[in-house]
Design a protein around this ligand. Structure first.
Ligand SMILES: Cc1cc2nc3c(=O)[nH]c(=O)nc-3n(C[C@H](O)[C@H](O)[C@H](O)COP(=O)(O)OP(=O)(O)OC[C@H]3O[C@@H](n4cnc5c(N)ncnc54)[C@H](O)[C@@H]3O)c2cc1C
Length: 382
């Protein structure tokens, strides 16, 4: 058995961040990932993710987003990788919508620079949109695009510089307390790893890695589209179009990114509602269905007609949702040194550098100075 100070199970956004945080603190870290390096089979795959501060979900996330922004920039400098492109952000909807009201609440509570504009002004500034009459949008400067694939690779590479070693294409089949203290982690390859600390960050596979926690997770199949705009690409390029989220009154919220010459305009619905059973994950159809495209087209036709051009590409990603859409970041009861993370619900990527620090704190010390009370796994027990 090979022994380490810490083993990290799952090397998506959060496992790779935890591996980096642990290895930076001087621990000898091993990581195990069932797929390849920065793969596209789980929740962290693909090229881009939004980072934003006026957080409509809950003002409590704002300090974590602010710190994450700084940490992403530090990782850029340390790794020499371009990760964060500031674009500004716009979050729109009718008065009373969760996206608009939530963003305004967060911006005001935390004194974030912002402005609130009406539908006419939105149309004037960004003619690609045709907002609903009476709608408004919050506009903020400090929002942007994370190159998610490069970000994960940077987290892994810098961790490797700090002596972390990773096993890809190997699956953890189980973990247990070791008779001599610490934990043993069994891999499908036949290897067993020993460590005093474990971080379990298995995304959609958390129920099989921590069945005793009975986490009420719901996996969603979420399709993404890349389209060519109907207006000149320069009008929706970085520098012109911010990242955006628009809540409709007919079919939930859609979000998107500025034009990427290599891929097109990325547009998706936030939450598809298409639930995938845990035992169907391996066989999940990752192709775009006509229904997937029709749903996004219906939004583009009405609210973003200037973007409703030819399809350039598509992919399918997994959301792992908790019932309240807040994260799970906790210690494992009765197993000192073990930390668990399920930080998705479709909005966790941006926080990875902070989540990594939280997981390292929880695994090493069993507690953290970050505000994680709302992320306890036990909140679902009641
Ligand atoms: C389409 C889409 C768009 C999103 N947009 C945004 C956005 O704009 N901004 C934002 O902040 N967030 C966004 N998110 C959410 C964000 O991407 C997730 O919160 C984040 O990627 C979750 O990372 P994770 O490491 O927890 O999970 P995952 O990426 O799923 O990683 C878990 C890893 O564990 C591995 N694993 C599982 N079981 C085992 C095992 N037994 N042995 C070894 N390895 C195992 C898996 O292969 C996987 O790599 C989006 C998510 C999706 C799907």
């Amino acid at each position: 058995m090979e022994t380490f100070d810490a083993v990290v199970i799952g090397l998506g956004a959060h496992g790779s961040a935890a591996a980096l945080a642990l290895s930076r603190r001087g621990l000898r870290v091993a990581g195990v990932e069932r797929f390849g390096r920065a793969h596209g089979m789980a929740s962290s795959g693909g090229r881009t993710r939004i980072i934003r501060l006026a957080y409509f979900e809950d003002p409590a996330y704002v300090p974590l987003a602010v710190e994450s922004w700084t940490r992403w920039q530090a990782l850029e400098a340390e790794s020499g990788t371009p990760i964060l492109t500031p674009t500004g952000g716009l979050y729109g909807g009718l008065a009373g919508s969760a996206v608009l009201d939530g963003a305004i609440r967060s911006a005001r509570e935390h004194g974030l620079p912002h402005e609130v504009i009406d539908a006419d002004e939105l149309r004037r500034r960004w003619p690609v949109f045709d907002p609903a009459e009476g709608s408004q949008a919050l506009v903020e400067q400090q929002a942007g695009v994370l190159r998610s694939d490069l970000a994960i690779e940077a987290q892994l590479a810098v961790a490797e510089r700090h002596r972390a070693t990773f096993r890809f294409e190997d699956r953890v089949t189980g973990w247990r307390s070791s008779a001599g203290g610490g934990y043993e982690v069994d891999c499908a390859s036949g290897t067993t790893l020993g460590a005093g600390h474990l971080v379990i960050a298995g995304g959609a596979w958390m129920p099989e890695l921590v069945p005793d926690l009975r986490l009420p997770l719901r996996i969603e199949r979420v399709p993404l589209l890349w389209v060519e705009p109907r207006i000149p690409a320069a009008e929706v390029a970085v520098g012109r179009l911010p990242v955006w989220i628009i809540e409709t009154d007919v079919d939930g919220s859609f979000y998107g990114f500025p034009y990427d010459p290599d891929a097109g305009l990325k547009v998706a619905r936030h939450h598809s509602g298409e639930v995938v059973a845990s035992d169907e994950l391996e066989a999940l159809d990752r192709g775009l269905t006509p229904g997937d495209e029709a749903r996004v087209r219906a939004f583009l036709r009405t609210r973003m007609p200037g973007a409703n051009g030819p399809l350039r590409g598509a992919s399918v990603c997994l959301y792992t949702d908790t019932p309240d859409e807040d994260f799970v970041l906790d210690t494992y009861p009765g197993a000192p040194g073990v930390a668990v993370a399920s930080a998705c619900s479709g909005h966790g990527f941006k926080f990875s550098p902070v989540v990594g620090e939280i997981l390292a704190d929880l695994a090493i010390h069993g507690r953290t100075a970050y505000p994680v009370e709302g992320f306890r796994a036990s909140r679902f027990a009641a």
